[in-house]
Write a protein that binds this ligand. Structure first.
Ligand code: RFL
Ligand code: PHB
Length: 392
């Protein structure tokens, strides 16, 4: 088999790249380790920056997102038992974010790919990549007991944090930067109306909490838990009780509870691999970097990598030049590190760490108080939350 670009991974990065390349007439094949249903079953991100929405429009998959997505111009920060609104739109000259689940983004991209007749191999086993330091890379995989080979010009490593692409780089070719946080997020999804029409990020002595949503009838809530917690130990009742204890009195009194339709624990980590390109292998999305979800940046960063990568590949196939591909890693990393910093800062300010103590709690509350009282500080949060500009 031959393709111009072999994409490893059918998460949002791989599918979005595939769609943008397809529309530019570049032929790409996607290899995914799991089944399509499994990929759609993963409940993850919910908040899209305008840049990600624009890119989905460019990929021709924005219709349902515009019809069903919820446009938010602000968020609320809750600390010391009181809520304070950050007017993101007012502070950024009218910018906003769109609440639309990653599952829906993935579904829209899968549908568009199927309609275009572009090839995705699901349940591809033992994917391995070869010769990416030459001009003729090869990808091998197994499917239904047979071994297959794809000859290609480029490999896009869109295979997430636990993928094979980053792991295939020669030792010494890549440097890792990492921080692992001493807690996780226990999240539930429930078909109940959201407690508020905007997201509430809560700093509480018992730990962080987040009230988010997927629609006007479906809510997504999280509470900070120790890393050794087991999801089986959290009945729905225990979750709702803990969440209510961390909310302000009004939210705790009005929140609608109900049976969960998904419940899981996610660890929190900051991670960056540098560089993001090695020869003809380019990493994108979680394969190259992870951020803790507190800043709602993971999926958005994946989209911004794909924006730069799709433009670089399209430029290469139009002009034969490698200039944009050579610039890919540095361009991505400048934006990546800004989001890594923002996500680390939000995480540090909102969570209870083992050494936070009463002094640390007071400092966090004072930082939050300063933040909501200072236009300069609120603007800094707002411009990062809605998404920093792209370089081109
Ligand atoms: P993904 O989604 O992990 O997809 C990678 C795909 O590659 C496949 N794969 C392989 N395929 C073939 N061969 C192999 N050897 C393979 N190894 C892996 C995998 O099966 C998978 O299908 O990475 P991608 O596409 O880069 O997308 C990244 C996003 O999924 C991620 O950054 C976000 O979900 C992060 N995130 C959030 N991001 C936001 O922008 N806003 C948010 O509000 C937000 N909330 C969140 C989040 C992540 C969370 N968790 C669970 C970590 C909330 C949570 C709780
Ligand atoms: C979500 O809705 O899953 C979500 C929203 C905002 C975040 C993280 C997760 O910061």
């Amino acid at each position: 088999m031959r393709a111009q670009v072999a994409i490893i991974g059918a998460g949002p990065s791989g599918l979005l790249l595939g769609q943008l390349l397809h529309r530019a007439g570049i032929d790409a094949i996607i290899l995914e380790r799991k089944s399509g249903e499994y990929v759609l079953g993963r409940i993850r991100a919910g908040v899209l920056e305008q840049g990600a929405v624009d890119l989905l429009d460019e990929a021709g998959v924005g219709k349902r997102l515009h019809a069903e997505g919820l446009v938010h111009g602000g968020i609320e920060l809750c600390f010391d038992g009181k809520r304070h609104r950050i007017d993101m739109a007012g502070l950024t000259g009218g910018k906003h974010v769109t609440v639309y689940g990653q599952t829906e983004v993935t579904r829209d991209l899968m549908d568009a790919r199927a309609a275009a007749g572009a090839k995705t191999v699901y349940e591809a086993e033992d994917v391995s990549i070869h010769g990416f330091d030459t001009t003729s890379p090869v990808v091998r995989y197994r499917k239904d007991g047979a071994t297959h080979e794809i000859a290609c010009d480029f490999i896009a490593g869109c295979d997430g944090f636990h993928g094979v692409c980053r792991e295939s780089l020669p030792a010494g070719a890549v440097k890792h930067f990492e921080r692992v946080y001493p807690f996780g997020w226990l999240g539930i999804l429930a078909d109940v109306p959201p407690v508020s029409h905007e997201l509430i990020y809560v700093n509480h002595p018992r730990g962080f909490a987040l009230c988010s949503m997927r629609s006007r009838t479906r809510s997504r809530y999280y509470v900070q838990v120790p890393l050794d917690e087991k999801v089986e130990d959290w009945s729905d009742d225990r979750f709702w009780d803990e969440l209510k204890r961390r909310l302000d009195t009004q939210a705790a009194a009005t929140i609608v509870t109900g049976p969960s339709i998904e419940k899981s624990i996610a660890p929190l980590r900051s991670f960056v691999a540098e560089p993001m390109r090695f020869g003809r292998l380019m990493l994108a999305g979680d394969a190259a970097h992870i951020v803790p979800p507190t800043g709602a940046k993971g999926l958005n960063l994946a989209a911004s990598d794909v924006r730069y990568l799709s433009r670089a590949l399209i430029d290469h196939y139009r002009t034969g030049s490698m200039t944009e591909i050579d610039a890919y890693s540095d361009k991505c990393l400048r934006r990546v590190w800004k989001a890594v910093r923002f996500s680390w800062w939000m995480t540090s300010m909102m969570h209870r760490f083992p050494d936070t103590g009463e002094f640390g709690q007071k400092i966090q509350e004072t930082e939050l108080d300063y933040l909501v009282g200072s236009k300069a500080a609120s603007t800094s949060l707002a411009e990062n939350y809605v998404g920093l500009p792209f370089e081109d």
